[in-house]
Design a protein around this ligand. Structure first.
Ligand SMILES: Nc1nc2c(ncn2[C@@H]2O[C@H](COP(=O)(O)OP(=O)(O)OP(=O)(O)O)[C@@H](O)[C@H]2O)c(=O)[nH]1
Ligand SMILES: [Mg+2]
Length: 328
């Protein structure tokens, strides 16, 4: 594992691919590697690109790769769940759209087909981001398809979340879930050659004025709305401008952003603990004779299910003081 980590931190693509595969398969060794990688992470700038199927996310990503390369930045791209039924398995399309970058050594593009253990996209994607980060990529773009929970999930992973919208698409407030508004840092109205683009942009701007904020801290960043025509590369400079503005804002660590970040960290931490507990339970008891015996006793009325559950839980959790000593 040490060798893999060493190669990876020196930028080796094959090691990265291997580790991401291990993460995707949820192999325990991958977690070990991620632990070793952690000190090498948190350098990259992570940009999440999300929005409804076919909005132009991949085309836009390709434009962003190009301008990042012009600015001498290395780029990692993760396309998460690109085979969603709604987009009809777009891996191939994405590859074609981003193909012109595949010969560039400073660009690494990877699809992640699977979703995380607990429904959201978080655990495996988070791991893959850390791999690209440790590899030394300056910018990491994460593309996800979605209109709902997916946006919220991606925002937990990204420093900046870009929601890609298109003219005439569900211009009513019902289509925009409150969660999305909270996590959007930048709105892009792509396919802006369409005559309705301006109406859509104005609509999005008005949405934020009516937003109900649930973080408990006043919003101090109003998501700008940028119009683009990704197929022609129009509006990409303007998009970089607001990306840079948002980066500066993030560096300033405002209360609003810090609260959001802490929420994300809490969610990831809870995820890990849930996963760990559930694995511990499975390895210790799921197929054990003791468990079988207890089940029989519960079924026949000899044992109390609550008491059994309590004693099993007590066995997989170590006494509190031990943890306190370990953390100290
Ligand atoms: N007219 C127009 N078409 C565009 C624009 N940007 C992208 N497209 C086209 O829209 C289609 C979908 O583009 P993609 O970049 O694959 O969209 P996506 O959001 O990545 O799609 P999924 O990953 O399948 O959700 C393609 O045919 C693009 O060529 C644009 O600005 N104007
Ligand atoms: Mg795509």
């Amino acid at each position: 594992m040490k060798a893999l980590v060493d190669k990876l931190t020196s930028g080796d693509v094959r090691s990265a691919a291997r580790l991401i595969r291990m993460i995707d398969d949820n192999q325990p060794a991958a977690r070990d590697a991620l632990k070793q990688l952690f000190p090498h992470t948190r350098r990259a700038r992570v940009i999440g690109i999300t929005g409804p199927p076919g909005a132009g996310k991949s085309t836009l990503t390709s434009c962003l790769i190009e301008s990042a390369r012009q600015q001498q930045m290395s780029v990692g791209v993760l396309a998460v769940d690109p085979s969603s039924p709604m987009s009809g398995g777009a891996i191939l399309g994405d590859r074609i759209r981003m193909n012109r970058h595949t010969l560039d050594k400073e660009v690494y593009i990877r699809s992640l087909a699977s979703r995380g253990h607990f429904g959201g996209i978080t655990p495996a994607t988070r791991g893959a981001i850390r791999v690209l980060d440790a590899m030394g990529k300056d910018v990491i773009i994460v593309e996800t398809v979605g209109v709902g929970q997916d946006e919220v999930d991606i925002a937990r992973l990204a420093d900046t979340t870009v929601i890609v919208w298109v003219p005439g698409l569900g211009d009513d407030i019902q289509a925009m879930k409150a969660g999305i508004l909270e996590v959007a840092d930048i709105f892009v109205v792509n396919k802006a050659e369409h005559p309705d683009a301006e109406v859509t942009s104005n609509y999005l701007k008005s949405v934020f004025r009516q937003e109900k904020n649930t973080t408990g801290v006043p919003r101090d960043w109003m998501p700008p709305v940028v119009e683009t025509v990704a197929t022609k590369g129009w509006g990409i400079d303007a998009l970089w401008d607001v990306l840079d503005q948002h980066r500066e804002y993030v560096a300033g660590a405002s209360d609003y952003y810090v609260v959001r970040k802490q929420k994300a960290c809490r969610a990831e931490l809870e995820n890990f603990v849930h996963q760990g507990l559930s694995e511990k339970f499975t390895t210790q008891f799921a197929d054990s004779a003791m468990m079988e015996e207890k089940v029989v006793q519960i079924a026949s009325g000899e044992a109390d299910i609550y008491a059994v559950a309590e004693s099993l839980l007590a066995e997989i959790t170590v006494p509190r003081q031990h943890h306190v000593d370990q953390l100290a």
